[in-house]
Ligand binder design. Structure first.
Ligand SMILES: C[S@@+](CC[C@H](N)C(=O)[O-])C[C@H]1O[C@@H](n2cnc3c(N)ncnc32)[C@H](O)[C@@H]1O
Length: 295
């Protein structure tokens, strides 16, 4: 199975792109990893073993996929760019444990595909050098989909990585922070310089490792909890009260229900969403639900 020259090598990466007459596409967030050490560190951080089913998002020309294929049982990779899928048919030919699916990962029912490909309730590890233009929606999709993941190890913009563990009240604190807090523990695994990519991105990057976390307060409808959180952050500079009026309506009856809910959750209506922690949002959601406002 071993391939003599790794794809992750500046010369080989450029040679592959030239061979196919391709250039990295900005619209798909294409920055190819050319640093083999970084790839080895990613595979190590994900603790991939020969028993593991791995999901990769955005394989590109296959630099990370190849390293995953060498360590994992099977790799299932989602790639949006049909030209990359053509390249992958060649670069990944030596690996019979890889399947590439041409699709927008945001449109895929991951739970369904995983059970079709790996079996019902199969556990997966998710590894990716994410397309930076959709890092947040991908992370939210992964965490909110009902899949059994053992860990998620993903490269992202350093600035987004900072949001994952941002403290309440800071500029970076928001919906993404709260989503992570509900589902996972996030640790910064590797800092990656721009020189590790072709082309070099204009931002610093970091590999983050997420491990699953049992929420402190489990709610029966997570979608509705996050509906409340999203609505509360819709205008960051506005008070919670003003954002809530916009979400639920301004008539006297609704205002009365909102007042009761906020009182029962012991939350000051004048506060801004960025000042509330996950437990406070959970209490707010439960109080709004009791007022039939989240149905
Ligand atoms: C940052 S590149 C990483 C490429 C490769 N994994 C590497 O590390 O060199 C992101 C990859 O995601 C792909 N991509 C972008 N948007 C996508 C989407 N919505 N669904 C699936 N793949 C996507 C891009 O075409 C590109 O191949």
């Amino acid at each position: 199975m071993a391939q003599t020259i790794d794809i992750a090598n500046p010369t080989r990466t450029q040679a592959i792109l030239n061979e196919y007459g391709l250039r990295a596409k900005k619209k798909f967030g294409q920055n190819f990893l050319t640093d083999l050490n970084v790839l080895h560190n990613i595979v190590e951080a994900a603790e991939i073993t020969a028993e593991d089913y791995v999901i990769e998002i955005g394989p590109g020309i296959g630099a990370l996929t190849e390293q995953l294929a060498r360590s994992a049982k099977k790799v299932l990779a989602f790639e949006i760019d049909s030209q990359m899928v053509e390249v992958l048919a060649d670069t990944l030919k030596p690996y019979d444990n890889v399947k590439v699916i041409e699709n927008d990962v945001l449109k895929v029912d991951l739970a369904k595909v995983i059970s079709e490909e790996f079996g019902d309730n199969a556990h997966v590890k998710i590894v990716a050098n994410l397309p930076y233009y959709i890092t947040t929606p991908i992370l939210i999709q992964l965490l909110r989909s009902n899949i059994n993941w053992d860990n998620i190890v993903v490269m992202m913009q350093r600035e987004v990585a900072d949001r994952l563990n941002a403290a309440v009240g800071t500029k970076s604190y928001g919906v993404l922070t709260l989503t992570i807090q509900y589902f996972a523990q996030a640790t910064l695994a590797i800092k990656v310089p721009a020189s590790s990519f072709n082309p070099s991105p204009n931002v610093d990057s970091a590999v983050v490792k997420l491990t699953p976390l049992k929420p402190t307060t489990v709610v029966e409808n997570v979608g509705k909890l996050f509906g409340v959180i999203k609505g509360s952050f819709s205008h960051r500079r506005k008070s919670l009260w003003n954002n809530m009026l916009q979400t639920y309506g301004k008539d006297a009856g609704t205002k009365e229900q909102l007042t009761v809910a906020l009182k029962s959750a012991q939350i000051d209506p004048a506060i801004r969403a960025e000042r509330l922690n996950l437990e406070q949002f959970t209490q707010l959601y439960l109080a709004l639900r009791d007022q039939n406002l989240t149905q």
